[in-house]
Design a binder for this molecule. Structure first.
Ligand code: 5GP
Ligand code: MN
Length: 324
């Protein structure tokens, strides 16, 4: 990322050594990379006798509850301490921290570890590289810290790297991502973890997928797909622990589709958008125009407008992208 102020892992190690109370923050709607990376780093820092607190402004999905320390992740409003160091992990921009943003900037020192191309280096220390996952960067940081790998860190890092690479199938599946993962296998119960991540779904969430597929339409001669879930769909499905993560794939996997959009109505109004694209079609740039961001082929943003307006806005942006 040229022109940006970038620091090295050894700069971050120096700040970690100086700190005794360290706050770890990950993003809203936390995914496997967010939760896995944060917990792995927390375990490593605790081995250095650091006091760590993990926060996330959002519910940790039931799917990740199997991770040993997932229950220790707190909501930002439970915290009023000032930390020696705050580390944002997997946050494409500072707003992705939600209400934890103020804790980040209140800390005496702060660092931003992320792998999103749209990250604008909002930290004082920035470790931002376009690699497979934040988990890959945390793996390297743990190597730099010299705290070693154990069953818990390995399981967390595997969760991070494997989920962000689509179980090692997306184009971000690099040799390095696989080599790091190879070092993790054998340290934890790999098939049990894979069962939780890739082979388990509640009946309620299966019903939710059915509702979203019911609300799926194609546009632009089948090159675009849009699916949605409104509050009424959620109420009908009565899902206590909704999992939206993979829903957009049912649209993007349609053979003719180049850009897929999933719209989800939020509790307090407005919509959360998830976009997926293939090849050179850059949905991160598209989402950035609406205040969001992400990766070239997987990105998101929010829109605060009525459904028809949101739908029209995104479909016209997608049409422009497809015909550029
Ligand atoms: P998802 O669609 O799975 O929620 O997100 C896809 C990717 O886009 C993830 O890497 C996620 O971090 C990023 N992303 C999702 N929503 C936003 C957003 O509102 N702003 C930014 N900057 N990135 C987002
Ligand atoms: Mn990530």
């Amino acid at each position: 990322m040229p022109g940006r102020k970038m620091q090295t892992l050894s700069d971050l190690k120096r700040s970690i050594r100086k700190a005794s109370q360290i706050l770890l923050i990950t993003h809203l709607n936390p995914d496997g990379d967010a939760v896995g990376s944060m917990l792995a780093l927390s375990v490593a820092l605790q081995k250095m006798q650091k006091r760590t607190v993990c926060v996330c402004d959002g519910k940790i999905m039931e799917k990740y509850a199997f991770l040993k320390s997932a229950g220790e992740i707190l909501k930002p409003d439970r915290i009023d301490a000032v930390f020696d160091l705050a580390i944002a992990i997997d946050c494409a921009d500072q707003k992705r921290m939600g209400s934890a943003e103020k804790l980040f900037f209140a800390a005496k020192e702060n660092a931003n570890i992320d792998h999103h191309g749209t990250n604008e280096s909002f930290g004082r220390i920035n470790i931002v590289h376009s690699v497979s996952s934040s988990g890959e960067l945390i793996y390297e940081l743990i190597e730099e810290l010299g705290t070693g790998l154990d069953a818990e860190t390995a399981e967390c890092l595997y969760t991070a790297i494997s989920t962000d690479t689509g179980n090692f199938t997306y184009s971000n599946t690099t040799k390095k991502a696989l080599l790091y993962t190879a070092e993790l296998i054998g340290l934890f119960d790999y098939t049990r973890t894979a069962d939780y991540l890739y082979r388990t779904r509640t009946y309620e969430n299966t019903r939710l997928i059915a509702k979203a597929i019911d609300n799926l339409s194609l546009y632009e001669e089948g090159r675009a797909a849009l699916m949605y879930l409104c509050r009424s769909d959620l109420a009908e499905a009565d899902v206590k622990n909704p999992d939206y993560e993979m829903i957009v794939n049912y649209a993007s996997e349609i053979d003719t589709v180049k850009v897929a959009v999933f719209l989800r109505e939020l509790k307090d109004g407005g919509y959360k958008l998830s976009l997926r694209s293939s090849g050179d079609l850059d949905v991160a740039a598209l989402c950035a125009e609406y205040g969001g961001g992400g990766h070239k082929n997987a990105a998101g943003c929010s829109m605060n407008a009525p459904f028809e307006e949101v739908k029209e806005t995104i479909l016209s942006a997608v049409k422009k992208l497809l015909n550029a």
